[in-house]
Design a protein around this ligand. Structure first.
Ligand SMILES: [Zn+2]
Length: 197
């Protein structure tokens, strides 16, 4: 299991070191250091052309067509992991980053109405993206959101921040929560992420 706090950095280290990647490719799941995410390559008979990569439990899972040669596999996996790396590089990775982001969103989106008290990443919220204790304005954000585009994280933050001044999901609540830029796109992203990982 990767060390969550250092995960983005470890991920970058892994994918930029070509020697490491190829040694992991040869024997499916192999980790040089326990805190680094491994790359698992799955050959699928159902796939004909497309290659897909995703992060499952801190491990990079790549699905490739069963017919690919070893050389094609190496090239395709290298490319998709680099792509995944670009997508998962978020500037928001510590609790302090979350607080800073929340202050900014409160100002730009919520006209300063939210209470920004305690916001932290948590790893025990498998079924939820975020939660808020209204009485204390304590917000918890699932660390699975460390690997989504910023507009998606922003949408979840604005949702929870809105709860610090409106408890339920009333029409008034959605009026504020949906002020997030790209709110609808973020909802679509999360729906797909929930379903497909
Ligand atoms: Zn809610």
């Amino acid at each position: 299991m990767c060390h969550l706090k250092n995960f983005p950095q470890n991920l970058i280290d892994t994918v930029t070191s070509s020697g490491l990647i190829s040694s992991q490719l040869q024997s499916s799941v192999m980790q040089e250091k326990p805190e680094m995410p491994a790359i698992e390559v799955i050959r699928s008979a159902k796939r004909t052309k497309t290659v897909q990569a995703r992060i499952v439990d801190g491990q990079i899972q790549v699905r490739i067509p069963a017919r690919m040669s070893k050389a094609e596999e190496e090239k395709a996996v290298g490319e998709i992991v680099a792509k995944l790396k670009r997508r998962t590089q978020s500037a928001v990775s510590s609790d302090a980053d979350l607080i800073e982001r929340a202050h900014k969103l409160n100002k730009t989106v919520l006209e300063g109405r939210a209470r920004v008290e305690s916001i932290r990443w948590v790893s025990n919220q498998k079924g939820r993206w975020g939660s808020c204790t209204v009485a204390t304005a304590e917000i918890r954000i699932s660390d699975r959101l460390k690997h989504v585009p910023d507009y998606v994280l922003d949408a979840v933050l604005v949702h929870e921040l809105t709860h610090t001044f409106i408890a339920g999901h009333s029409a008034e609540f959605w009026e504020w929560a949906d002020k997030t830029p790209l709110a609808e796109r973020a909802k679509g992203y999360l729906e797909a992420y929930q379903r497909w990982g």
